[in-house]
Design a binder for this molecule. Sequence first.
Ligand code: BGC
Length: 717
Amino acid sequence: MRTARCAPDGAPWYFVAMLTDRSVGIPALSVAALLLATGCGDADVPVPSAPHGGGTGIEGRIEALLAQMTLEEKVDQMHGRAITPTGDLWPTPDNSRLGIPGFQMVDGPRGVRAGKATTFPVGIARGATWDPALEERVGEAIGEETAAKGANVILAPTINILRHPAWGRTQETYGEDTNHLGEMGAAFITGAQKHVLASAKHFAANTIENKRFVVDVQMDERTLREVYLPHFEKAVGDAHVASVMSAYNQVNGHYCSENPHLLRDVLGGWGFDGFVESDWILGTHTTVDAALAGLDIEMPSGLFFGPELVQAVNDGEVPLSVIDEAVRRILRKKLEFGLDAQKSPDPSVVESAEHVALTREVEREAIVLLKNDGAALPLEGALGSIAVVGPLADAINLGDHGSSNSVPSHAVSPLAGIEARARGAEVVHVPGPTLSASDESAIASASAAIVVVGLTAEDEGEFQGEGKPGGDRHSASLELSADDEALIHTASALNPRTIVVLEGGSAIVVRPWVDEVDALVMAWYPGQEGGDALADVLFGEVSPSGKLPLTFPRSALDLPPFVNDQDEVTYDFLHGYRWLDAHTIEAEFPFGFGLGYATFVYANLRLDAAGLPSDGSITATVDVTNTSERAGDEIVELYVGYEGSSVARAPKDLKAFTRVHLEPGQTKPVALEVRAKDLAYWDTDASGWRLEPIAYVAQVGPSSRELPLSATFTLAD
Ligand code: BGC
């Protein structure tokens, strides 16, 4: 028996507040009216164990079911059950007559948002691992916990391109480059879909929080195809994602939930056979336009896709074939994923020792060492005392409090991790920001000062209404707070071995103080074992190996403008490292950059062919040697530049990367495959991809700004 309840126990869902918030620019709706309109209060519905389809094979069963369904039953498949979750899950209706189970959807990208669950480093941190194989294991763990919570759809991954680091939800996505984002997102989906359906979100161009419900993002077709969509195509084509969530915003004048170009031309062109659900509540705007455009499910309720949709079909405004097509997509995924089979989820997988250990493994790979003058790190040998300074030293800082919030039963703060690893050194905690004379002397007399500062859910996150925590970054300068900066200045003046550990979900401008500190570590929102992973890195248990999946600029003025207070914005095809390259601007820390305790040398770049077959790929191989006395991982990056293109191109684009482990002194050949289809540009006149017979320059090295080796190739005859 399943029960639909009108209101969840506990705190009201934050959308209820948003519905009455005039800042969203949409007429306030009465919550009571919504609850009525969505039929909240359904009685318990028994669901037989298998749909009475009768047909053979999944497509046959779908047709047999469709033939038995009334119009009302079909439309019932096309919306959620209520504007508030049931427990923590978002259900769609069951059909007890035909034995069709509903979906049970749940957030989120850094861990299941349902009670206590394993909480991983945020997406941007996982992006810093550049390790799709590890990300597949994260997806699998989150998928397994999703099933254990009784849900069958995980509303993740977030794979919006990071256009500007002031975007409040930067932390949820994997980074600024479409190739890297696509690889990481596809890996998550492959892992998660071993257990449940995944939903790639938010389709498309959702890169502003504060105006997300209304903003019209304008761009030409080439920019859309080359920059804002390829990672979604990978989710569909490579990872076979079961569903896609349409974004709140508009693209070129149409809301994404009723955008025929996005939902029909683009998704249809990719051969997507899953379903599209709208983003929540304010994501659907119409009945007829949305249905005709290809929206399959309105979430989380049937405000537009309830009785109004039945009426629209009866009035001839929406052809029955459109409804049948949507229901086919929904039923297909229900049957493919065996939602009709009885399952007995195992609750013991939630926060299992294995999953918790995985969060630490991920964070060890995610931490990025940005600066290490005079070998300030690792902390080895005899240490008298260590001053652990700053407001985040003793904080559990796991990310924003929007839909991606995830809460573990326990978490390890930086201070706790350092204390557990200090090997007899005295650890002195100095929270700040105001320092007493004794605080100052503790910092001055310590063998090292570790200052832990950064961003929190107050500074950035999903938009939850004007004046609420989160939303786009408060500081347009992308700098730390004045208190944090003052603490760093003071600590570095007092202690000659000052190590700054930054937490946060995006780029931080460090120019005002970075020259004063000896070492700088980006720890992100580090997941529940973050403190232990940090200690693993600080004390040299592991060589740091993460690399930035986004540019850290010297100044926010070095990036394209971030406009989050207008109803319309226009994007061109440059942002991030492509923008800096095109404008010859130095980054503070470039895309793809990260240091380690191990050091590596690159040599002997060679290609496996002189020409690239237009329907195939070419492989570049490089020898990478660990020239240090420590084992370590290196992320090897390959970019391609274009010589003689007939269209404007970015100076170079990431086209392949891989992570390799090397013992001290070891050399390994590292192969990087470049696919021809990834070098084509979108020819707007021909409405298709065009691969030019020009010179392509493969450049290989440890970051987007350090590419010591290159080799040129052309198309094969
Ligand atoms: C977010 C989605 C989320 C949904 C359900 C929306 O506000 O944009 O990412 O999945 O809420 O919680």
